[in-house]
Each structure stands twice: as structure tokens, then as C-alpha cells.
Design a protein around this ligand. Structure first.
Ligand SMILES: Nc1nc2c(c(=O)[nH]1)N[C@H]1C(S)=C(S)[C@@H](COP(=O)(O)OP(=O)(O)OC[C@H]3O[C@@H](n4cnc5c(=O)[nH]c(N)nc54)[C@H](O)[C@@H]3O)O[C@H]1N2
Ligand SMILES: Nc1nc2c(c(=O)[nH]1)N[C@H]1C(S)=C(S)[C@@H](COP(=O)(O)OP(=O)(O)OC[C@H]3O[C@@H](n4cnc5c(=O)[nH]c(N)nc54)[C@H](O)[C@@H]3O)O[C@H]1N2
Ligand SMILES: [Mo]
Length: 779
């Protein structure tokens, strides 16, 4: 038996990202799958034409073929899914729910694939087997006994295929509700909300090819070395051909500093490495909007100087583009003028000359891409920040031309496709109209619950049935204490899952586990092996064919499970559900009837690499209220709501010690924990760590490696606390701290969400530290 202190090691990692470290890690994941020979084939089929789409992230692939098109973390995702271990009835007979709940997330998923439907009947503490038909009938009974369809919530995680997602939303709406919360609510929701208002489409405007044409790429609030490793190659190429790569990130993320390409034998054998950026700015948490505002201020100043010289055309602004395509520029210019440098420095945490350098780079580039991810979206003012990014691009006409545009880098491999298919708690009227006219039923028009509202409704007892199409609702959501209470209030919770997780243990009074096929599994229906389709971050839609024989015959595909539930609940209305899933081409025909861009779906899928869903903004067509691309003006907002600032600022009140962001380690996929190491940050064997600056640690009366409890501050009286975290003195800006998600999720108050997006503010939590109350854990 070792104590955590024995397991835990911290030593800054000296090597470049990827390289041999990545190869070793792939080999470990592969051998640990218990079926290495089978999985080698699977790995080689990852992202290939005729193969399957990597179940990892939503980054796209170059159109041309390559032998190896997976990264270290894609290999982990595939091997984790394609595990030879199974969780069966004997396992559940051995372990009660309480017993399982005592294990950590790593252990739970490590037990292997769920292989048969299981039922927790509310009288026993053990799951027991149940037949598929009985499970479907039970769900139907519960759904039909509700007072209102709005007492059910249908959650989706972004791995679900287009086919599964389309059927699922059709079912929810035919049942009578828009309660379709999804993981996107916690992820890129703000990008969709902001971009829709600014440029009329909620998706990114660039394609994969644009990266090779860009003269500058800004990477803001994103850690691609871990979360989108296939992005490192285009970034490396960009730097190598003399383009600028500007990073905004408070942490020095190794993948954005140095990279050793595993597919470059010379670099691998000579220990070579490539630089990954040409400028690295380390802002305050939530400070990016002010940083962009600072860059915008330089642009306006240089433009004014050029105009004073009578040489308007030498200024950085694209006057013709603004005149022809944009609305709201004068207001925006006034807003920028009214923002002082003192405000910009205070909010951004950056020096004026660092912003001036970034502004110079921005102005010299005639083709600029701006990428962003969770460091931008998980803030209170994320919508405003993304609109500020858009404003900046509009000033130089950097949307709708080669090598330029906006690039929200999506998370889950099909999260973008799920939205396209109608997984949306606030569905656009066009979608509802199309469903209504195609299927001939009255669709619900009332907006549904998003994730935060669904939790509030559960806590209030207003949701009785919760169904999760994938994901881990109990663990991925904020304010775990309250969320868990909410889940327990439900009469029935149903999880359609590949692997055991916390959401199977924090349940409604009754609970079902419905084991499904994953992306790598062959999916055979009566018409033969089936393909499903997905959409990547660049709006490319392509087919995915599972490759591996499923571990058990009792698993069903996601479309088949959704159809089974729908058939039991609604019979053959409005569609013969179970007939549709005999051959997924039938589902795709319906998608083609309803969703714009999917006409002739089947034919278009035959193209290698799939087909591109047009992006109107990318072609300078603006589907906004004004018919133009809108400059949207916001004054710089405070990162916390006034009532919280007031409470923290009150006399005698304990002030915040630090501001916390929650992030991903290199060894996890969201709540799926592959291992306890975070290679690039130098952490081994422990996830309950808190990164902070040594001087902050000392200022607060602690020493490096002390164990602390973390308490978050909010305007209510709820105590939110996590215990037993080891402090690590780290290269992080003063005043900031970082801890891993989901361990830190109990600290995120449910009411702390983005204005207009409802996204929990997982990257900005005011905290204070206390000496640890936790006994030394024995592991
Ligand atoms: N291997 C792996 N791949 C994944 C995932 C995974 O868990 N594992 N998750 C998938 C999903 S669903 C998603 S959404 C994406 C997530 O991809 P990322 O957004 O890269 O994920 P995070 O770990 O949350 O990293 C956030 C980054 O933003 C920085 N940051 C935090 N706050 C701020 C801020 O205020 N300003 C700036 N400029 N930077 C900030 C952090 O230092 C960190 O580098 O990855 C997807 N891909
Ligand atoms: N504090 C904090 N909280 C966060 C975040 C953060 O940065 N900080 N990030 C947020 C983000 S960006 C996201 S996207 C959410 C993620 O939230 P979710 O998408 O709900 O969570 P995951 O951890 O991705 O879900 C993992 C589970 O999905 C199931 N699964 C895996 N593959 C499949 C499949 O193919 N089909 C089905 N049906 N099930 C499958 C497995 O059972 C696995 O246990 O979390 C959010 N929560
Ligand atoms: Mo995400």
C-alpha cells in the first residue's frame, strides 16, 4: 500500500511535445487494451476513408490520404474504447452501487466495456440484468406517466453520430419537449451564440486547407498538444514557412512551445524539435477580451495616423470591406476609444508593449486565422469575448478569404454534427418548421432546458425522467453536490453508455444502464454492416465504419437503442422507428429531407474525405438581422457578477486568495481518466493537485507540496469545498491557480455561468485555501 505522497511526483518536463514520449504512451495504451492485435488494425483504420472517425476530438484531417492519421491521444481513445475487458452481471453481483461509488473515475472506466443492459430497481443496491424489451417498456411506462413531456430531459454527449442524434431529437420532440441539454452547453455554446449574432452562422468559417495559407494564426485559450494533437502539425508547418503563430495562454503549454513530430524520422532520430510559436502572451484569466481590445486600439490609432497623413490606404483597416459588409463599426470605434489603457492592462494582465507587438503581427498579416477553445468559452463574458475576436477580424476583412477566418476548435468528435442534427434546447424555428412539415406532428415551440436549467429543474423536482445519450452528466456538470441531489430526485435515470462512470452510481430512484456500440465497433443491422456519419470542426461530414467485432452480442447501436425507446413509447409515430434502424440509409434520407445541406446525402458521402457543409459567412453572406456582419460593442465586463464582487469585497469578508481555472490533464478525455499522469506539466501519479505560483503559496502561509482544501466563493451561503489537494509551485501567473476537471467541479457554483450562453464558468472560480482537513488517503 502506497500513500498518495509516495505515488506523486512532480518534475518539470524538459522534452518537446509528442516525440518519443508520445510513442511510449501509445504503446502503453495499446498493450493495456488486452487485445493489441485486434486494436492495431483499428488504429490504422482511424480517420481513413472506409475506416472510422477517431472518437477523440473534432479536429479535421487533411483531404489527402496518409498511412497514419491518429495521434497519441486518439490512440488512447481508441484503445480505451476497444478494451478486451467487460463489465457484466457477475461484476455487478460482486459490487454494490455504494461499493462502486467509493472508487475513483479512473478505476470505474478501467473495468472495461458495459456488455449487457442492467437495472437498478430501487429496492436493491445492486444492478441486475434486464432484457432490452423490458428496459424499453420500463422507460416508456415512466415517460407516459408524466404530467407533462417537459418533465423529461434528453441529454446528449458529443460522440453520438448524426444518425443517433437525429432520431433522438425527433423522438424528444415527437414526445413533446425541447428539453435537449447537451455537452455543448458546457463547451462551445458561447461560440455559437456569439457568432450567430455577429456573422449569422454559429460555426467556424475556416477549412483545413486555410491553415496552409495563413500568414498568422492566433491560438487563444486552447491546449492543442493535449486536446487536439493533430493540430500541432499545421502549426509547426506554419512556423516553419515563416508564418506567425501567436499564443494567448496563461500557462506555458508544451505543445505550443516545442514539438517533435512522431512521423518525421529525422527529427525523431536526431532529437530535433520545432518551435511552435512566434509570440506567447500570458494573460490574466478571463483577460482575453481586454487583450483583443488593446490590439484593436492600436489598429484604430495606426489607422488614424495614416488618415492624418492623407494615406488612408496605408492604415490597417480594410475600409472597403467594412463599408460593404459590416454594420456597427462607428459604435465599436467609439467603444474602443472609450476603453482606457488602464482598464485594458488591469483586465488583461498584459503590458501595453506586448499587445503592441501582437498588434503589429496582426496588421502585417494578410491572412489571419484566430482559433479558440475552452480558455475563452468557459467565462462569464465569453460571448462578449468571442464577439470582440470577431470585431478584430472584421476590421481587417479577415473573414471569407483564403487563409483567414474564425476557428472555434470543437471538443467532442461529433458535437458540431449533433447540433446540426437538431440537438438544441433553443431550436431555430426553421428546424421546427421543417420537422413539422416533414413529419406532420405539432412540434413543441417552448424552449427546453439547457444543462444548467436542467439541473435547477431536477433540484426543484421538475424533472422525473433523465435519459443520457452518452456522456457523464453527474461528473461533467458543475456544483456536484447540488447536481447529484438533483439526479437523485429523478424517478428514473437512463444512461446509454460504453463504460461505467459516476452517472451510473448517482441515479434516480430507478436506473438503467444501456450498453452501446462505440465508434470502433462493427455495427451490423439486418441490412448488413452500417456506417454512421459525423461532422468535424471544419464542417466536413464523412462516414465512419466500425472495424472491430463487439465484445458482446448484447450491446446495441445508439440508433437502435433510441429507436427501441421511441417505438415502445410512441409506436410507429411519426416514423416506424425500428424499421428505420434496419438500414441507416433510411435515417439519412430523412436527414436529407429536413436538414439544409444534406440533400443527396448518400451520394455526397461517397466522396473521399466526405463533403463540406457550406458556411455562408465564409462566403461573405451574412444571415444576421442587419444582413451584414455586425461589430458588436461591449464595454469590458467584470469576470464575476456584481453581487459576488460585492460580497467578496465587503468589509470583514474573506477575500479570494486566488482565481482558479479547471483544465484537462494529458491523460484524460473529459471525465474519462486514462491515467494519473500529466506528462507535459510534469505531474505523475496524482490528480488532486493545485498549481499555483510559489510566491502566492508563501503569501498564503503555505509551502510547496502542502495539502490544502479549496473553498470557492459565491454570493450564496452554500459551502463548496474539495479536500486534500497537493500544492505544486508552478510556472503560472501570480494570482492564478489551476486544478483538474472533474475533480474540481464541486467548486463551480451552478449560478456561475456565461451571460447569454449558460456555460458554467469552469475557467474562473474565486477560491480560498485552507490547511487540509482530509486524512492522508491510503491508496
Ligand atoms: N485528449 C483529450 N482531447 C480532448 C479532450 C480531452 O479531455 N482529452 N476534450 C475534448 C473537449 S470536449 C474539448 S471542449 C476540447 C478542450 O480543449 P481545450 O480548450 O484545449 O481544453 P482545456 O484543458 O480546458 O484547456 C484550456 C486551455 O485554456 C487555457 N486557459 C484557461 N483560462 C484561460 C483564459 O482565461 N485565457 C486564455 N487565453 N487561456 C486560458 C488553459 O491554460 C489551457 O491551456 O478538447 C477535446 N479534446
Ligand atoms: N470543471 C469543468 N467542467 C467541465 C469542463 C471543464 O473544462 N471544466 N469541460 C466541459 C466540456 S468542454 C464538456 S464537452 C463536458 C463533457 O461532458 P460529457 O460529454 O457528458 O462527458 P464525457 O466525460 O465526455 O463522457 C464520458 C462517458 O461517455 C460514455 N461514452 C464514451 N463513448 C461513447 C459512445 O460512443 N457512445 C455513448 N453512448 N457513450 C459513450 C462513456 O460511458 C464515458 O464514461 O464537460 C464539461 N465540464
Ligand atoms: Mo467540450
Amino acid at each position: 500500500m502506497k500513500t498518495p505522497v509516495d505515488r506523486f511526483r512532480f518534475r518539470p518536463y524538459q522534452r518537446p511535445a509528442a516525440g518519443w514520449g508520445a510513442l511510449r504512451s501509445v504503446a502503453h495504451a495499446w498493450l493495456d487494451s488486452r487485445q493489441p492485435f485486434k486494436n492495431l488494425r483499428a488504429m490504422l483504420q482511424t480517420n481513413q476513408h472506409g475506416g472510422f472517425d477517431c472518437p477523440g476530438c473534432a479536429w479535421g484531417e487533411a483531404p489527402q490520404e496518409g498511412r497514419i492519421r491518429f495521434c497519441e491521444n486518439g490512440a488512447k481513445a481508441v484503445n480505451w474504447e476497444a478494451s478486451g475487458r467487460g463489465v457484466d452481471r457477475a461484476f455487478f453481483a460482486r459490487h454494490s452501487v455504494d461499493d462502486l461509488a467509493a472508487h475513483d473515475d479512473y478505476w470505474l472506466e478501467y473495468q472495461g466495456r458495459l456488455v449487457e443492459p442492467m437495472f437498478l430497481d430501487g429496492t436493491s443496491d445492486h444492478y441486475r440484468p434486464i432484457s432490452w424489451d423490458e428496459a424499453f417498456a420500463l422507460i416508456a411506462r415512466h415517460l407516459k406517466s408524466l404530467d407533462s413531456p417537459d418533465q423529461a430531459a434528453f441529454y446528449t454527449s458529443g460522440r453520438a453520430s448524426n444518425e443517433a442524434a437525429f432520431l433522438y431529437q425527433l423522438f424528444a420532440r415527437a414526445f413533446g419537449t425541447n428539453n435537449l441539454p447537451d455537452c455543448s452547453n458546457m463547451c462551445h455554446e458561447a461560440s455559437g451564440v456569439a457568432l450567430k449574432q455577429s456573422i449569422g452562422t454559429g460555426k467556424g468559417t475556416v477549412t483545413y486547407d486555410d491553415f496552409a495559407k495563413a500568414e498568422a494564426i492566433f491560438v487563444i485559450g486552447q491546449n492543442p498538444g493535449t486536446n487536439h494533437p493533430r493540430m500541432l502539425e499545421p502549426l509547426r508547418e506554419a512556423v516553419a514557412r515563416g508564418a506567425q503563430v501567436v499564443v494567448l495562454n496563461p500557462l506555458r503549454e508544451r505543445g505550443l512551445e516545442r514539438f517533435q513530430a512522431p512521423q518525421d524520422p529525422v527529427q525523431m532520430l536526431t532529437g530535433g524539435e520545432s518551435p511552435m510559436n512566434t509570440a506567447y502572451l500570458r494573460p490574466a484569466l478571463g483577460g482575453d477580451m481586454a487583450a483583443i481590445r488593446g490590439i484593436a486600439k492600436f489598429l484604430l490609432r495606426w489607422q488614424a495616423e495614416a488618415e492624418d497623413r492623407g494615406r488612408e490606404e496605408e492604415g490597417p483597416l480594410d475600409r472597403a470591406f467594412i463599408a460593404e459588409h459590416c454594420a456597427g463599426f462607428d459604435d465599436y470605434r467609439a467603444t474602443v476609444d472609450a476603453t482606457t489603457w488602464a482598464e485594458i492592462s488591469a483586465f488583461s494582465g498584459l503590458e501595453k508593449d506586448a499587445l503592441e507587438r501582437a498588434a503589429h503581427i496582426f496588421c502585417r498579416s494578410n491572412a489571419t486565422i484566430i482559433c479558440w477553445a475552452m480558455g475563452i468559452t468557459q467565462h462569464r463574458h465569453s460571448v462578449a469575448t468571442i464577439q470582440e475576436i470577431t470585431n478584430l477580424q472584421l476590421m481587417r476583412g479577415q473573414i471569407g478569404r483564403p487563409g483567414a477566418g474564425l476557428c472555434p476548435v470543437r471538443g467532442h468528435s461529433n458535437v458540431q454534427g449533433d447540433r446540426t442534427m437538431g440537438i438544441n434546447d433553443r431550436p431555430p424555428p426553421q428546424l421546427l418548421d421543417a420537422l413539422e412539415s416533414r413529419f406532420g406532428f405539432t412540434v413543441p415551440r417552448k424552449p427546453g432546458y439547457n444543462v444548467v436549467q436542467a439541473i435547477e429543474a431536477m433540484v426543484a423536482g421538475n424533472i422525473k425522467v433523465f435519459i443520457g445519450l452518452g456522456g457523464n452528466f453527474a461528473q461533467a456538470t458543475p456544483d456536484s453536490g447540488r447536481t447529484h441531489r438533483g439526479l437523485r430526485n429523478c424517478e428514473l435515470s437512463v444512461q446509454i453508455s460504453t463504460k461505467l462512470n459516476r452517472s451510473h452510481l448517482v441515479t434516480g430512484k430507478k436506473a438503467l444502464i444501456l450498453p452501446c456500440l462505440g465508434r470502433s465497433d462493427v455495427d451490423v443491422q439486418s441490412a448488413g454492416p452500417q456506417a454512421v456519419t459525423v461532422e468535424d470542426s471544419f464542417s466536413m461530414v464523412h462516414a465512419s465504419y466500425g472495424q472491430l467485432k463487439p465484445l458482446s452480442r448484447e450491446m446495441r447501436s445508439e440508433p437502435a437503442i433510441v429507436a427501441g425507446i421511441a417505438q415502445a413509447t410512441l409506436g410507429d409515430t411519426p416514423v416506424p422507428w425500428c424499421t428505420l434502424t434496419e438500414d441507416y440509409r433510411r435515417i439519412r434520407a430523412l436527414i436529407g429531407d429536413v436538414i439544409p445541406g444534406f440533400e443527396h446525402f448518400e451520394e455526397k458521402l461517397q466522396q473521399p474525405g466526405g463533403f463540406y457543409l457550406q458556411n455562408p459567412a465564409g462566403q461573405r453572406r451574412w444571415h444576421t438581422d442587419s444582413g451584414k456582419a455586425n461589430f458588436v460593442s461591449h464595454s469590458l465586463p467584470a469576470p464575476l457578477p456584481p453581487e459576488v464582487l460585492e460580497k467578496i469585497g465587503r468589509k470583514g469578508a474573506r477575500k479570494a486568495d486566488l482565481v482558479l481555472q479547471t483544465l484537462r490533464s494529458h491523460d484524460q478525455y473529459n471525465t474519462t481518466v486514462y491515467g494519473l499522469d500529466d506528462r507535459y506539466r510534469g505531474v505523475k501519479g496524482e490528480r488532486h493537485v493545485l498549481f499555483a505560483h510559489l510566491e502566492d503559496i508563501r503569501r498564503l502561509g503555505f509551502a510547496d507540496r502542502d495539502r490544502v482544501d479549496i473553498v470557492s466563493l459565491w454570493s450564496d451561503e452554500v459551502e463548496r469545498r474539495v479536500v486534500g489537494f497537493t500544492l505544486i509551485a508552478f510556472d503560472i501567473p501570480r494570482g492564478q491557480a489551476a486544478a483538474y476537471y472533474p475533480e474540481a467541479n464541486p467548486l463551480v457554483p451552478l449560478e456561475s455561468y456565461g451571460v447569454g450562453s449558460f456555460t458554467p464558468t469552469s475557467k474562473y472560480i474565486a477560491i480560498r485555501l485552507e490547511p487540509s482537513s482530509a486524512p492522508q488517503r491510503i491508496v
